[in-house]
Design a protein around this ligand. Structure first.
Ligand SMILES: [Fe+2]
Length: 284
């Protein structure tokens, strides 16, 4: 049953090394469903946004009779723009994110000259650890998984966990922790929490950066992660992880879509042109 729940999956914006995932998960009996980490097509050179990919997902939703109850983010992404507002407009479902988003909004608001009031009502649901959302006969349980970002959450539906960027495929390891509010020691704890789930649980990632020689993947089991996670498999200490992560993060550049992503995603997916008829700000 759970295999079917996770079968509707798109591989969006497949760049050379970064494959982003967005998920539609449904209760096979009631057809009630949830969208996780949707993506708006965006071309930075021209500043043009498109709902082409989102529209194809919407067509799939309608063709299969899914009743989307929630549009969820695992966190405020820094590398792509969410399509949450498009889906909300089309489907009428609420947009949810981790309650820690307020910390991210406070951290980045001044960078873009966004006052606190700019974030009022940005999201319909602010989710806390252990919150539960109903999907027909299924339950979507919230796991707070900070470290990559403070708002980061995962969603547990049956034996499937939608992890966002709190863990990557075993041969990729872990996500950066150098954004404001990020913390490598906290991410280590979140990864340990995921790896403490039952061995057969499936961890669906938000990205894959496949090494040369393998295709992009979206899922591994907890057992596989414990045995082989490149950065935090069983036996790696928190100290070792933090040392590796800090060294690695110190040489990483900013994500290409950092500024348009944050200005959109901190406001639940609203583009600046809706209010100001202006483009995105790029701080110097
Ligand atoms: Fe991320």
């Amino acid at each position: 049953m759970y295999r079917d729940m996770a079968s509707a999956l798109w591989n969006c914006c497949a760049e050379k090394l970064n494959v982003r995932r967005q998920y539609l998960v449904s209760d096979p009996l009631s057809r009630e469903a949830v969208l996780i980490d949707t993506v708006l097509d965006y071309e930075p050179a021209s500043g043009s946004a498109s709902t082409a990919t989102a529209s194809s997902i919407l067509d799939f939703i309608h063709a299969n009779g899914f009743n989307v109850k929630y549009i969820l983010e695992t966190h405020a992404h820094a590398d792509h723009l969410t399509a949450a507002q498009y889906f909300k407009q089309k489907l009428g479902a609420p947009v949810g994110i981790g309650a820690g988003i307020s910390q991210v909004q406070r951290a980045f608001g001044p960078t873009y000259n966004l006052s606190p009031s700019a974030f009022t009502g940005a999201f319909d649901l602010l989710l806390k650890d252990a919150d539960e959302l109903k999907l027909g006969s299924l339950t979507c349980r919230v796991l707070h998984l900070p470290g990559h970002t403070p708002d980061h959450v995962g969603y547990v539906i049956g034996d499937a966990v939608f992890c966002g960027d709190s863990i990557f495929q075993p041969d990729v390891g872990s996500a950066r922790c150098d954004f404001p509010g990020g913390d490598a020691s906290v991410l280590y704890s979140s990864m340990q929490r995921l790896m403490g789930l039952p061995s057969s649980f499936r961890l669906f990632v938000g990205h894959d950066y496949p090494p040369e020689g393998r295709d992009a993947l979206c899922v591994s089991t907890v057992a596989e992660q414990r045995a082989a996670n490149k950065h935090a498999k069983t036996g790696v200490s928190q100290q070792e992880f933090v040392h590796f992560r800090s060294t690695r993060d110190a040489i990483l550049g900013e994500p290409r879509l950092l500024h348009p992503s944050l200005q959109t995603n901190l406001r639940g997916g609203r583009l600046p042109t809706e209010e100001a008829r202006l483009g995105f700000k790029v701080p110097m």
